[in-house]
Every structure is written in structure tokens, then in C-alpha cells.
Ligand binder design. Sequence first.
Ligand code: KG4
Ligand code: ZN
Length: 338
Amino acid sequence: MDAKISLILAIESSCDDTACAILKNDQVLSNVVAGQEIHTQYGGVVPELASRAHQSHIVPVVDQALKKAGITKKDLTAIAFTRGPGLMGSLLVGSSFAKSLALSLDIPLIDVHHMHGHILAHFIDIGLERPQFPFLAVTISGGHTQIVKVTDYHEMEVIGTTQDDAIGEAFDKSGKMLGLGYPAGPQIDQLAKQGDPKKFPFPVPKAPGLNYSFSGFKTAVLYFIQREVKKNPNFINENLVDICASIQYTLIKILFQKVEKAVKQTGIKTVAIGGGVSANSGIREQLKSYENIGWNTFIPPFEYTTDNAAMIGISAYFKYLEGYNAGMDVTASPRIQM
Ligand code: KG4
Ligand code: ZN
């Protein structure tokens, strides 16, 4: 095989998706994700059940990724995995599997920070323009809400973060109050399309600097629903689309207030969003609208927005080019910092 060509097998198992992707340099040959239905009935991810499901999914998912890519494991040049942050039991499944595979094939093992993955997903070759450094990455998921100043593939500084809940939790927990299943984010997105975003005004919380806070918003939604349901037990059913539209409208407002502030403060007008919540159609539209005032905006394709292993593979690729090898001592790290 040509020495310049890398074939990286990447594994992502930080939360409730078991994912494997194969990348040939910066191109994705296969990208397989197995979700975990089991959590729906509990209204959130149950860590113990997640690690068990990863155990049963990981071999078939890896097999399928290799088959779809049309290669065998002997062709691989490196193995990548998500080191953290995430759930310990879930991370252990992916990291142990990756270690064993790298050891048995005697090829480099590359650990990746999950949030770096969400950011570097923008560098997967899909035939489109990629962000130029420096840029601001807005990473919004079920576990994170961050504004990150990205100056190079491995140089990232968190300049704003949430002090409590992540925006994905705000979507999911509000949805749970409305009786929607987990994760509620995509359902709120769909229902919001038919509703009036200004029907029910919710408060925009105050957080210092570029930081976020969503816990007050969540409480406001809870009190609002309790109050209205007391007056009319059928309130949720009768107003579901308007409540969803109003929730989404406010969350978008909270999100972009700080993004606008970050652009002003840093003078950086290139903004790229990533993480599961960037699948939200309202957020996508809002970001695009800033192109009119001279921002350069980037939104990854859907398959690279929610948790996936292709984003882990592309992050590993840039480390691989520098000759990086984590070695066998590397451990899963649930609370690893950026
Ligand atoms: O990045 P991700 O797949 O997993 C984490 O690392 O958390 O993000 C999952 C989050 C969930 O909170 C889910 O509700 C949210 O992304 N999400 C959405 C949409 N699609 C996924 N939230 C709002 N609108 C969507 N369309
Ligand atoms: Zn994620």
C-alpha cells in the first residue's frame, strides 16, 4: 500500500451510540451507527444499560463498517477511539476494543477527545469548502454547550461554556415535561415547524460573559406547564406545536446571543456549529442568516452532526499525520478537559 495513504478505523462509544467508521485519509469510506432504543422508556440514558448495549453492538458494527468500506482489518494503518468525555462504562467498551485491535494488528492507537471530533467533523472531505483558521466552533450537544476558539487542528480554547445544563438537555427535559419520548430534541424540532414561536414567551437567562445557563429556562418551562395544566388539563395537547415552537425560539435566542457576543469580542467571523443539537433546523436557519452580515458559516451534514465515528476518524487522521501513537497505557477518561 502507498505509504501516504492511511486507513483508519475509528470507534465512538461515549454515550448511547455505538459507532464505527473507516476513513481513507480525510474521506469517509463507511460510517455505521447503532443507536440504543432501550433508553426511550426511561426518558434518558441509563449508563449501565448503555455499556451493556455497546458490548453487544460493537462487534457487528465494526464488522459492518469494514464490509461497507470494502477492506479487511489487515489493510488498516491505525485504530482511533473516543477517550472522553462521556460515560465511563460506555467509554471502556470502545477503548478496550480499540486497544485490543491495535495490539493484535500491531498498528498505532490514537485517542480522540469527543468534542474535538464534533469540531473537526468540518474537515471531512465532502467536496465542500472547509473552515479557515481561526474560527469559532459552537458545540451543542446533550452534554455540552461551548464556544471554542479554534486556531489549529489541535489548538482549541474554550471561551464560553454552560454553567449548568447543556442546550440538548434543555430540549430533552422540556420535551419530557410535554410527554415526548427521549431524545425530545428532534421531536420538538418537527413540532415547532407548525407552531407560533412567539405564542408563549419564556425568559432568557443571564449568565456572565460568554457563558450559558439553561437551568432557569428549564424551571420556567416546568412552572409554566404546571400553571397552565392546573387551569386546563388538556393544555399540552391543545397547544403542543406552539409550546414547542416557543421553547425552540427561546433556546435559539439564548444560544445566538452569546455567539454574536463572541464574534464581536474576538473579531472572528467564521462560525462552525457541531454536536447533536446542530441538527436542529431552526438553529441551522438562524446561523445561515448571519451570512447576510458577512459571517462565514459552516454546518456539517446530518450524519456527521449527531454522535458518529467519522468525526473521531478525521481527528485521528490529523494526529496520525504527525506520527502520534497513544501507546497501550492510555485510559478512558470520562471528565477529560479540552
Ligand atoms: O452530540 P449528540 O448526538 O450526543 C451527545 O454527545 O450528547 O447530541 C444529542 C443531543 C440530544 O440532546 C438530542 O435531543 C439533540 O442532540 N438533538 C436535537 C436534534 N437532533 C438531536 N435537538 C434539537 N433539534 C434536533 N433536530
Ligand atoms: Zn456528541
